[in-house]
Design a protein around this ligand. Structure first.
Ligand SMILES: C[S@@+](CC[C@H](N)C(=O)[O-])C[C@H]1O[C@@H](n2cnc3c(N)ncnc32)[C@H](O)[C@@H]1O
Length: 466
C-alpha cells in the first residue's frame, strides 16, 4: 500500500482503503502523530526558508529555560547551593535582557491571555504539548493513517485559499478553521462515494464537504433546514444534497440506511464517510454506525475528559492504561497542581474540582455520560466506563486525532490546553511557514474552535470482535 499522497484524485477502487496503513504499528504511547509532526520539514515543499527555525534563539528564553531546569524559572531563588555565582550572573543577564524588552518580570498569575503572551513572549517557546498526556483509543491492529505531516502541510497550502471563499464568514457555534481543514483533508484523501453529515447548522460543514468532493452526493441530517438561516444572513444550501431536515428530520439512529443508500445507488456502506457534529453521545453514534455497516467516521467535537456536552471518544478511551488517561481526584497530586496552574491560561483546561464528581468519579464529565447537548446526563460507574472503552476498542481499526493547525503563539488561540493536545501541524516558532501558508491572513477567532476532531475506522463486517 502506498504511503505517499500524490494529490491526484484517487481511483474509486483504491480510495477508501488508502487511509489504512500498517506501515507503522501504533505504540502504546499517546499517538503516532506527534512524532511525524515534529519531524515535518515543510520547507521542502516550497523551497521557502523558515527564518524562525534558523534565527538565533532568544537569550532571555534560553536562560529562562536553563533556570527552569535548576529550579524556579522566574525568581531563581532555589538555585543550587553550589552555583551561586553562576546564578547571580545569569540572573543579572536575565534581568537586563527582560528589562530591555519591557516584559513582565516575575509572575504569570493573570487569567488574561495577554499577560501570558507578555510573559512568555510567544517566541517559539515550548508550550508543553502533550505534557499531561493525550488520551487516544487503541485499535485492534494498531493501524494508523497513511498521510504524514508533510501531506497535512501541503493540504493547508491548498485549503487556506479555499477557506477564504467560504460563504459563512462568521460561523460562531459551528466549525472554525482547524476542523474545517481536518474535515476537508480527510474527505479528500478518502474520496468517498457518498458523504453523510449529522448536524449541519447553517451549512458550513456541508460546504466544506462539497469543496472536498465537488461531484459526490451528500446527505445532511439536521433538525432545522439550513435554508431557514438564509433569511437572516449567510448560510449554505447544497444542490446535490438530500436533507433530512425540518419536517423531514429523522435522527441518524432511526434512519433505514440500507434503504437510503440503495436510493443513492450505494451498495457498499464502507465507501461512505459519515461526519458527526450533532453533539450526541459518540458511544451511541458508534453503535448506530456499526449497525448500519459504516466504516469511516469523523467526530467534530471530541471533547477532553471533564469538558463538553456529550460523551466523546476521547473521554471513553481515557483509561489508566493510556498515557494521560485515568485521573486522581487527590488535590495534592502533581496532576492537580499542574491542572490548576494551566486553568489560568487556557479556557478549556479543567482543574480537579471540575474533573471530579461525587465519589471521586473523574470519567466522562464528573462521572456522567452526557448526551444531546447535555440535555441527558447519566451517572455511570467506572466499571461501565471501562466496559465502554473495551467496546470501542473491539470495533476500532484506527483512531486519529487531528492536531491543531498551528501553535498558540502563531494563532493566538486561548482555549485548548496544549498539555492535552498533540503537537500542531505548524509548530510554535515556525512563523515563516505560518505566513507562507497564508494562515496569517485569517482572523484569530477562526482558530479558537479546536476540540480534537477525530477520524476513526470501524472494523469491516466480519472483522469485529465483541
Ligand atoms: C454545532 S452545530 C453544527 C455545526 C456545523 N456542522 C458547522 O460546521 O457549522 C450542531 C447542529 O446539530 C443539530 N442537531 C441537534 N440535534 C441533532 C440530532 N439529533 N441530529 C442531527 N443534528 C442535530 C443542531 O440543530 C445544530 O444545527
Amino acid at each position: 500500500m502506498s504511503t505517499r499522497h500524490t494529490h491526484s484524485p484517487k481511483t474509486p477502487t483504491t480510495m477508501l482503503d488508502r487511509a489504512l496503513s500498517a506501515r507503522r504499528p501504533a505504540s502504546h504511547s499517546d499517538s503516532d502523530f506527534p512524532t511525524d509532526a515534529s519531524s515535518a520539514d515543510p520547507e521542502s515543499h516550497s523551497g521557502a526558508a523558515d527564518e524562525s527555525k534558523t534565527k538565533r534563539p532568544n537569550l532571555a528564553l534560553l536562560i529562562t529555560k536553563y533556570l527552569s531546569r535548576l529550579g524556579h524559572p522566574q525568581l531563581c531563588i532555589p538555585c543550587p547551593f553550589l552555583v551561586p555565582l553562576l546564578c547571580l550572573l545569569v540572573s543579572f543577564i536575565l534581568l537586563f535582557s527582560l528589562t530591555l524588552k519591557s516584559r513582565s518580570l516575575v509572575c504569570v498569575s493573570s487569567y488574561d491571555p495577554i499577560s501570558r503572551a507578555g510573559f512568555f513572549g510567544f517566541d517559539g517557546l515550548d508550550l508543553d504539548f502533550g505534557a499531561l498526556g493525550v488520551p487516544w483509543c487503541r485499535s485492534k491492529q494498531g493501524k494508523t493513517v497513511e498521510w504524514t505531516s508533510k501531506d497535512l502541510i501541503k493540504g493547508l497550502e491548498e485549503f487556506v485559499p479555499i477557506y477564504e471563499t467560504r460563504p459563512i464568514k462568521n460561523n460562531m457555534y459551528g466549525m472554525g478553521f482547524d476542523h474545517s481543514f481536518g474535515l476537508w483533508f480527510i474527505t479528500r484523501w478518502l474520496q468517498p462515494d457518498l458523504m453523510i453529515e449529522s448536524g449541519a447548522f447553517k451549512g458550513h460543514s456541508t460546504w466544506v464537504l462539497r469543496q472536498a468532493m465537488p461531484d459526490k452526493p451528500i446527505i445532511s441530517v439536521t433538525p432545522r433546514h439550513p435554508e431557514k438561516y438564509l433569511k437572516k444572513g449567510p448560510a449554505y444550501v447544497d444542490a446535490n444534497c438530500t436533507y433530512f431536515a425540518g419536517k423531514d428530520f429523522v435522527d441518524f439512529g432511526n434512519i433505514d440506511w440500507q434503504k437510503v443508500l440503495k436510493r443513492h445507488g450505494i451498495s457498499d456502506p464502507t465507501r461512505v464517510l459519515v461526519f458527526f457534529d450533532d453533539h450526541q453521545s459518540e458511544l451511541k453514534r458508534v453503535k448506530q454506525a456499526v449497525k448500519a455497516g459504516f466504516h469511516h467516521l469523523v467526530f467534530e467535537d471530541n471533547y477532553d475528559t471533564g469538558t463538553g456536552d456529550h460523551y466523546s471518544l476521547r473521554q471513553i478511551c481515557d483509561q489508566f492504561y493510556i498515557r494521560g488517561g485515568g485521573h486522581s481526584c487527590f488535590r495534592d497530586s502533581d496532576e492537580a497542581r499542574i491542572r490548576s496552574k494551566r486553568k489560568k491560561f487556557w479556557a478549556k483546561a479543567v482543574d480537579v474540582d471540575e474533573l471530579c464528581g461525587p465519589n471521586e468519579a473523574w470519567w466522562g464529565v464528573r462521572g456522567e455520560m452526557l448526551d444531546d447537548f447535555n440535555k441527558n446526563h447519566t451517572p455511570i460507574s467506572y466499571a461501565d466506563h471501562f466496559a465502554n472503552s473495551r467496546f470501542i476498542e473491539s470495533v476500532l481499526d484506527l483512531y486519529w486525532e487531528l492536531p491543531p493547525v498551528a501553535g498558540p503563539s502563531l494563532t493566538h488561540q486561548t482555549r485548548y490546553d496544549p498539555a492535552r493536545t498533540p503537537i500542531p501541524i505548524v509548530e510554535d516558532g515556525r512563523y515563516g511557514v505560518f505566513q507562507r501558508l497564508g494562515l496569517g491572513r485569517l482572523e484569530t477567532s477562526v482558530f479558537n474552535g479546536y476540540t480534537q476532531m477525530v477520524y476513526i475506522q470501524i472494523s469491516k463486517p466480519g472483522k469485529s470482535v465483541s
